[in-house]
Design a protein around this ligand. Structure first.
Ligand code: ZN
Length: 248
């Protein structure tokens, strides 16, 4: 069974569709680690696409605020402006879809999925010390997480040391493969589809083959300018528009 691992799509339909085109025929089941909406110009279109894919999806912090389950008080002004715009746009059935998304961790056929961290769905895991709790508490040796928009992750082997796996395919290469070792736990981030923050503006996702013990980390170019035009038309904050060009 091959899984398409999507995360942090953030209402960017162009990036999602470019990723789906590249991944076509390479997976059997799709999952999504949350933040379907927020920041980007296409909240309804992206939710429609995720529902068409029948992806196993958990909620992210932007999904919770976008549908009104929680307030935007903890968001910075730019994120807050975008999420309030999102609230106004959502069709009632899509708002309801977000409201009903389950909280991670959720287990799927051989791995677990969470938006932030295993002990706290809203926690950012960027350093080895922050990854330890999730690696120890995960219900399975393989966990996928999102939230940081950084492709890579962490492993915990027999030596009890947390290793940081900060990799992404080099320019000109579309993917790289990680072979999973038995006896090692992994906390892996496929990266963000709609708003990468690791200095590479290409959309990021992963394809996991549990039977072969392999995870491919992908990067796919998309038409950033067309998304920026829609954001401008929608009146979304300028910093969000500009950062897509740089992947920062
Ligand atoms: Zn996010």
């Amino acid at each position: 069974m091959r899984f398409l691992i999507l995360s942090d799509i953030h209402a960017n339909l162009t990036a999602l569709d470019a990723s789906l085109a590249e991944a076509k025929g390479k997976w059997d089941k799709a999952v999504c680690l949350g933040d379907v909406v927020g920041y980007g110009p296409d909240p309804n279109e992206v939710i429609d696409r995720i529902r068409e894919l029948d992806a196993v999806t958990i909620r992210g912090n932007h999904d919770k605020v976008g549908c009104g389950l929680t307030s935007a008080d903890d968001f910075n002004p730019v994120a807050r402006a975008a999420v309030m715009w999102t609230r106004e746009q959502l069709r009632p059935e899509n708002r309801e879809y977000l409201e009903k998304l389950p909280t991670g961790p959720v287990s799927v056929d051989g791995f677990s999925m969470v938006h932030g961290a295993i002990p706290d769905e809203d926690e950012y895991v960027v350093a080895p010390a922050q990854a330890l709790d999730s690696l120890l508490e995960a219900p399975s040796p393989l966990t996928f997480f999102g939230h940081t928009h950084l492709q890579g992750g962490f492993s915990l082997g027999a030596d009890n040391k947390v290793q940081m796996l900060r990799f992404r395919p080099p320019d000109g290469e579309k993917f790289m493969t990680l072979g999973l070792e038995k006896g090692t736990s992994y906390l892996l981030n496929p990266g963000s589809i709609g708003q990468p923050r690791d200095g590479d503006p290409r959309a990021a996702f992963a394809i996991a083959d549990a039977d072969r013990g392999e995870v491919e980390f992908w990067r796919v170019s998309y038409e950033v300018e067309s998304v920026q035009e829609r954001m401008e038309k929608a009146g979304l904050p300028e910093p969000l528009i500009l950062r897509l060009s740089f992947g920062r």
